[in-house]
Design a protein around this ligand. Sequence first.
Ligand code: HEC
Ligand code: HEC
Length: 297
Amino acid sequence: MLGFLGKIDFGSDLVALLGGLGFFVVVVATAYVAGLYMKKMKEKSTSGAPLAEENWDGIGEYKNDVPTGWFVVYFILIVWAGWYWLAGYPLNAYSQIGEYNDEVRAHNSKFEAKYSNADHATLKAMGESIFLAQCAQCHGQTGDGMNGKAADLSKWGNEEGIMATIKNGAKGLGFPMGEMPAGLVDEATAKKIATYVMAEVSTAKKAGDAAVVAEGKAAFAASCASCHGEDGKGMNGMAPDLSTYGTPKFIAETVLVKGKKGHIGNMPSFEKSGLLNKTQFVAVATYINSEMSNPKK
Ligand code: HEC
Ligand code: HEC
């Protein structure tokens, strides 16, 4: 039963040594006090101490002093507990989890420094492997959403995506404005608005017919600005900043950070899960943006 004692290296591990000593003292003191009481019970001795005033249907209690051994051990344990938290094994001292976290932090800062100025091709290549490992199981290897299991990324981040958002509404990113209602404008107007947003609001600046853009701008002011702001920038975080829509920034700084509880399912926040760091956010967003949502054909 006490075989585990053999496995402890008492020579170098002060905490184990004191813990072991404490354990030993507690066992001995318990045995001693229990023995004392057993003996008293056998002798039917009354302690000689005065009876306490209260009694329960005639069953009373002696005002015995605390047994000395118990008393001493109790105080030693209080002192030992203080020593344990403050000096013996303080909360901020070495721990395996702490060592692991330090190593991960060190690695991440090395990683971020190395890729802080990564060029487009590097980010895209990194993004592709991240996508295959972290996103493809829901979005499919080509980002088509596997028949509606997740968002079809080819229909996202461009005019088509904006039109679909207007038609179906949008929810689940957790903005203070809550949900965007479906069907705010008809399809023809939606198309003009989408052209305007991609040409003038989004920094993607996709060229659009000037007349259509102007009509879209008026329609945007009438139907969208109340939540997204006149400039489409989302009124300081009340609704999504559409100037980033169609650029890697929207994915890296909104979608992956917030996660999405949507019409067809949920996507976890990659910031909360800690599965990816910020460089990887930008990488996978760059990959999606250039290969899926906004293909440069
Ligand atoms: C009632 C407020 C409100 C109005 C009006 C509104 N939106 Fe939104 N919009 C939101 C909110 C909130 C979100 C974030 C939805 C979410 O949580 O996914 C959003 C999201 C979006 C998105 C991003 C969708 C995505 O894929 O994440 C686009 C694009 C968009 N809105 C465009 C528009 C356009 C264009 C109009 C005008 C026709 C409009 N919105 C009107 C509140 C609004
Ligand atoms: C557990 C499944 C799952 C995983 C893993 C996942 N997604 Fe999603 N994602 C979804 C679902 C479901 C939606 C659509 C939610 C809706 O609108 O109903 C979505 C939506 C999106 C959107 C559109 C968001 C919007 O605002 O409309 C983007 C962009 C996206 N995902 C990118 C990614 C990237 C990048 C990864 C990997 C780092 C990833 N997703 C991993 C399930 C997933």
